[in-house]
Design a protein around this ligand. Structure first.
Ligand code: SD4
Length: 331
């Protein structure tokens, strides 16, 4: 992506996520969803963006033991935060242009409580700091130094998050300092996870090191409640991966949950979410977005801009990597 365009695209447009004319066109989806209500709900269930099978396995273990969906999503995404071979999440995440690894994460529970950290450095598990923000403070978002100080006060340890591999890649990158995204390759491995526990309660979490070689101080969609993640226990949950600026512009996850509230299936809602983004990008297709959603019945859906995005799903029926249809058929 061109740097100027990248900066230009980073505005917030929270208003008007759902307009009246759009609501009137949902009758087919509502019928479809009403039929589904008669089916037995799938629970427990855990899903996450991309093929992070170790994360869903951990999350499933928590759910099977009778744990809450909140514990399941936190424990699940921590697997990726700790995995240094995942170079876009937690420890081992790629740095910004100044060489600093800065992490974004959020978590949301069945009661609509949420916590978030942005631009957090030196702490390997931002999702757990986000949970502490939710549970131990009257606030929702802590940023940068304040978030880091809070983490130490809560007992988190200081760690160097750069690895030999990411340090070397950064040194190499500096030779050209070219900022561009390569669809599905460079930095699209954010983990967003949604789960429903045995009680039927939904929770979600999302964690990332953001776009590699981003401008220092840049925050993406992943820790922004409503953009990278949203949960409403009456309806369902949604999460996103990909170029966060585009997800923020449409308040993507909130939009998808609201579309499901109006009767759309998770699949249709994700498709509509991507279409909204593409309407704002008539001249541009050089980026990937993947949405994943679940409704109260435990039905899931996903959709993306370019082929390549999949999601992992774990239920009593099995543990599978689910391929996702895309807006464009070829990259
Ligand atoms: C961001 N959405 O910071 C994240 C990046 C991402 O897979 O999803 N990477 O914009």
């Amino acid at each position: 992506m061109k740097r100027r365009k990248f900066l230009k695209n980073s505005g917030l447009t929270a208003a008007g996520a759902l307009s009246a004319p759009i609501l009137s066109s949902y009758s087919n989806e509502m019928e479809e969803s009403n039929k589904d209500v008669k089916k037995a709900a799938v629970r427990p269930i855990t899903v996450c963006t991309w093929n992070f099978k170790n994360a869903t396995a951990k999350s499933w273990e928590v759910l099977q033991a009778g744990g809450s969906s909140l514990d399941a999503v936190e424990q699940g995404v921590r697997v990726e935060e700790a995995d240094v071979t995942n170079e876009t999440v937690g420890k081992g995440g790629r740095p910004d242009r100044d060489g600093n690894v800065t992490l974004d994460a959020c978590i949301m529970d069945k009661d609509g409580n949420c916590g978030s950290v942005v631009y957090l450095q030196n702490i390997a598990h931002p999702v757990s700091v986000a949970r502490k923000v939710m549970e131990e403070t009257p606030h929702i978002i802590l940023a940068g130094r304040g978030a880091e100080k809070f983490a130490y006060e809560q007992g988190f340890k200081k760690e160097d998050l750069l690895t030999e591999s990411t340090r070397k890649q950064y040194e190499e990158w500096k030779k050209t300092s070219k900022y561009e995204t390569t669809i599905n390759i460079e930095n699209h491995d954010t983990i967003g996870m949604l789960a429903i526990d045995k009680n039927g309660d939904i929770a979600g979490a999302c964690t990332t090191s953001g776009m590699a070689y981003k401008v220092a101080g840049r925050v993406g969609d992943s820790p922004i409640i409503g953009a990278g993640l949203f949960v409403d226990n009456e309806v369902g949950g949604a999460t996103a991966t990909g170029v966060g600026e585009e997800v923020i512009r449409t308040v993507g996850s909130f939009l998808i949950v609201e579309l499901m509230r109006q009767g759309m299936s998770p699949q249709k809602a994700c498709e509509e979410g991507v279409k909204r983004i593409m309407k704002k990008n008539k001249d541009r297709k050089d980026f990937q977005i993947g949405f994943l959603a679940i409704n109260k019945q435990g039905e899931t859906g996903g959709y993306c801009v370019h082929p390549g995005f999949t999601y992992r799903q774990y239920t009593e029926a099995g543990h599978e990597n689910v391929p996702v249809n895309s807006f464009y058929q070829k990259n």
